[in-house]
Design a protein around this ligand. Structure first.
Ligand code: ATP
Ligand code: MG
Length: 394
């Protein structure tokens, strides 16, 4: 007995009242994106549920894996769909189903029946009792427990009949596109891909900005960021990746500002530039992978000084997480192996031996004045020479 369809359960989006259809449509959109490389599926809504039916042969594990990346899904139920809703046919298919799915039949069960078709000649309770009895007759090890069954076999009778008993947990969260858009500052590190994943789990679509410093940073370092973006696009959907040449700005800071303030001043210009692209592409927030105290540029004082250049909210979903937890999440979402590849990053190349850990805003602003004669031109150049790459998961 092969599964040709899935019933998709969704949790939070069920409670959104009149906007519910927007949430369902966004979920369907993202399911289509995720299932595209798996095969052709017909995805449809039917009275508060979503079904994905395969129109051709497909790999079951690949399909489950793809659906596990779709935010908004709380459960993935492999389901049998039968055209014939005659009771004797249902009984035969249900016993075949149990025989096929459960080698060891020493478990307790209950049959749950729903009739969308109220004209169906037998009432739900009665269908459930008859199916239970039928299963007990077929398999003598089975026993019934209506309160705490090991297995609940659900049979839904509509025009067609739907049978399922398993639910594979989905990723939870909300469908991409239901909560606006944000601009992720994506470096080649461990934290920022995780930050992007976490924000998009709440339904936020993301674009990304990466700063490179050729020739100090290589093509391979840039390719690594493109690869990371591709990996998170599995979850976030397509990403417009803005690549900014940051070399001249960095060199100017390096030449004119105190070296212990390099990183913090650099971070301020990164935020300014990312905010510019964010506004241009109608993003409502910036997202970074910062976490309090992780490095000198992420102390409370440093975050305060960095944040000061932005008008937009800056979201830092990793802010209270320990590195171990961020690493665990990056392993789970599949970015870790790429993140630890040892290519140079523009921050590490110009980093000072003893960076300030408690920068003061007035002091930093005073240092930045040393850039007055060149920074407008350099910023203009950086903005004008950006490269945008459209990233897709597949
Ligand atoms: P990550 O693992 O994300 O690189 P990190 O611990 O190396 O984090 P920093 O280098 O201080 O931290 O950077 C903090 C945050 O600033 C990053 O999480 C990212 O959001 C952003 N950032 C840093 N470098 C870049 C870059 N080259 N391009 C885009 N964003 C960057
Ligand atoms: Mg980094």
């Amino acid at each position: 007995m092969e599964f040709k369809a899935f019933l998709i359960k969704y949790a939070e989006i069920g409670i959104k009242g009149k906007n519910r259809y927007l949430f369902e449509d966004a979920l369907i959109q993202q399911m289509k994106y995720a299932l595209k490389p798996v095969g052709e599926f017909h995805i449809r809504k039917e009275s508060g549920r979503i079904f994905a039916e395969a129109l051709e042969e497909f790999d079951f594990d690949e399909a489950v894996e793809a659906l596990s990346c779709v935010f908004g899904i709380s459960g993935i139920c492999p389901i049998i769909i039968e055209d014939d809703n005659d009771f004797s046919h249902i009984a035969r298919v249900v016993s075949e189903y149990v025989d096929d799915r459960y080698n060891n039949k020493n478990f307790s069960f209950k049959v749950n029946v729903r009739r969308a078709d109220k004209k169906y000649p037998i009432k739900s309770m009665e269908v459930a009792a008859l199916l239970g009895e039928h299963l007990l007759n077929c398999f003598e090890e089975l026993h019934v427990d209506v309160h705490h069954p090991d297995v609940t076999i659900t049979v839904e009778i509509r025009n067609k009949v739907y049978i399922y008993s398993e639910e594979i947990p989905g990723p939870g969260g909300m469908p991409i596109g239901t909560n606006g858009k944000a601009m992720l500052l994506l470096s080649g590190g461990i934290d920022s891909p995780v930050a992007g994943y976490m924000i998009s789990k709440r339904g936020v679509r993301i674009d990304a900005t990466y700063f490179h410093a050729p020739p100090y940073t290589s093509e391979r370092a840039k390719q690594k960021v493109v690869d990371l973006a591709k990996q998170i696009a599995k979850y976030t959907g397509p990403i417009n990746l803005h690549i900014v040449n940051f070399t001249d700005i960095q060199m100017a800071i390096y030449e004119k500002c105190p070296h212990d303030e390099l990183t913090i001043i650099m971070r301020r210009y990164m935020m300014k530039i990312a905010e510019h692209f964010a506004k241009e592409s109608k993003c409502l927030a910036l997202v970074t992978g910062e976490s309090i105290g992780q490095v000198a540029s992420q102390t409370m004082q440093s975050l305060f000084v960095t944040n000061e250049v932005c008008d937009m909210p800056v979201f830092r979903p990793c802010i209270g997480m320990d590195k171990n937890d961020i690493v665990a999440l990056s392993e789970k979402i599949g970015t870790y192996e790429t993140s630890i590849l040892p290519y140079e990053d523009c921050c590490t190349i110009f980093v000072a031996k003893h960076p300030v850990t408690k920068p003061r805003l007035d002091v930093i602003k005073k240092s930045e004045r040393k850039l007055d004669d060149c920074i407008d031109e350099l910023m203009k150049n950086a903005l004008e020479t950006e490269e945008v790459i459209k990233i897709n998961a597949h």
